[in-house]
Design a protein around this ligand. Structure first.
Ligand SMILES: [Zn+2]
Ligand SMILES: [Zn+2]
Ligand SMILES: [Zn+2]
Length: 444
């Protein structure tokens, strides 16, 4: 599957659909998937149908070992189809040829020519062949988490938990989010997103509550449902028996406007409870698990890994500088902030470093010397921080360090050391200024 191919050969094209004449004169036309599979592997496939059937076809092709990674065009606007296809077929054959050539070149570069083994590697290969690729979430009411990743489902051998897979890939800094498309809340017990939000009594959590107009007697201060005040067509306080004539002078209508039929309590706002429709667990809304749903693409790191080889990457690249993906970094940061809020400890430091003019320095030194400089710089930073600290890069120039269990004194030590590194490089004029800005998070 991953043997180098003769370059610049025109791709063998197949088409599936109901159109009577093929889109391109040299492509082979099939009515059904079986016929296409029987006719042997093609380099690219065009599906001309629309609607759900096209999505099903695409899914079957992506499941098939011969077509998993291939260029497949589909004009369907179904979101599932869009998550699995390479867009609509280009009108010009030359464009397909060119896309196929690029696909072939990348195919040869991937993982130093070794075939992708396992589903992670196949997914990376798929995205790499379309780098940075698209891993799209699609809304799906049938799914307990309301969203699915059709590409993950097609790539996996059996049923997978897409969210877990995604979290793993993000943590390993192989994919990065391109767009936040939804925020969902899930049952803390079973992880289902099928929740029912209901108003309940603030006193006894009873479901049986109703809105009820109420009144407030100015004379004695009694508050009660309006019905209690009505007597023979006139308003009378049931407590002090004062006749109430004028609103604003004798009485008013307070905010208390819910009444519990269980415990008879009056209250302004009902409590909201989230009940899981799958397992029945009751939650306070803030107890629910929160998940963000994103679209993804390959991370910059993964672009490098795809070329360098997946094996090497596992040992070297990921361990370097305890570098984590931005989402993981944010999660860690949130975690620390929550700890501080709850326990007032432990203090930690968020340190932002900016390598000013990095781009122009790399340009001036040339890629080889430039990256060597960067490597030694990162090595030195690595010496300064500890195993438990984490870093992330939000761009080529911005490095963020999360220094655990660090107080003001610790911060001063770290910044001094980082500044000394900066001194070391001053002679070579590689413009970079660690600790350009930093912020200290401490227990208030
Ligand atoms: Zn009264
Ligand atoms: Zn109640
Ligand atoms: Zn549940």
């Amino acid at each position: 599957m991953f043997t180098p191919m003769a370059p610049a050969a025109a791709p063998r094209l197949a088409e599936i659909g109901s159109r009577s004449t093929p889109l391109f004169s040299d492509s082979q036309r099939f009515e059904h998937l079986d016929e296409l599979l029987a006719a042997g592997p093609f380099d690219a496939v065009i599906l001309d149908g629309t609607g759900e059937y096209t999505s099903t076809l695409l899914y079957s092709l992506r499941k098939h070992a011969s077509y998993r990674l291939k260029l497949i065009y589909a004009s369907s606007t179904d979101p599932r189809a869009q998550a699995l296809a390479d867009g609509p077929a280009p009108a010009a054959r030359a464009v397909i040829d060119q896309q196929y050539q690029q696909w072939q070149q990348r195919h040869e570069l991937f993982n130093r020519g070794r075939a992708p083994e396992g589903i992670d590697a196949q997914l990376l290969a798929y995205l790499w062949l379309r780098a940075p690729g698209k891993l799209l979430a699609v809304r799906d009411a049938r799914s307990p988490q309301h969203h699915v990743y059709p590409l993950l489902d097609a790539m996996a051998d059996g049923p997978v938990n897409g969210q877990v897979w995604i979290a793993n890939l993000t943590q390993r800094n192989l994919i990065q989010s391109t767009e936040l498309i939804d925020r969902i809340r899930l049952c803390k017990q079973c992880g289902s997103g099928h929740l029912n939000y209901i108003d309940v009594c603030v006193e006894c959590n009873c479901l049986d509550i109703q809105r009820q107009p109420s009144m407030h007697c100015f004379t004695c201060g009694h508050i009660g449902p309006q019905g209690e005040f009505l007597k023979d067509g006139a308003l009378l306080c049931p407590n002090c028996l004062t006749r109430l004539r004028h609103i604003g002078t004798d009485y008013d209508r307070p905010l208390e406007n819910y009444h519990c039929n269980g415990c008879k309590a009056f209250f302004v706002d009902a409590d909201v409870e989230a009940r899981c429709l799958d397992c029945g667990t009751h939650h306070q809304p803030d107890e629910l698990l929160m998940r963000e749903i994103h679209h993804y693409q390959l991370s910059e790191n993964a672009l490098l890994v795809a070329r360098q080889g997946l094996e090497e990457a596992r040992h070297e690249y990921f361990s370097r500088l305890a570098m984590v993906g931005m989402n993981t970094f944010k999660t860690l940061l949130n975690w620390q902030i929550e700890l501080i809020q709850r326990h007032k400890a432990p203090s930690f430091v968020l340190l932002g470093m900016r390598f000013r003019n990095l781009g122009s320095t790399l340009e001036r030194l040339g890629p080889q010397r430039g990256h060597a400089l960067l490597d030694s710089l990162i090595e030195r930073i690595q010496e300064v921080i500890r195993d438990t600290d984490r870093c992330t890069r939000t761009s080529e120039e911005h490095l963020w360090l999360l220094l655990m269990h660090t107080d003001q004194v610790g911060l001063r030590l770290v910044t001094e050391r980082l500044n000394r590194i900066s001194e070391l490089f001053r002679g070579q004029r590689p413009a970079r200024h660690p600790a350009a800005h930093h912020r200290l998070h401490r227990a208030p």
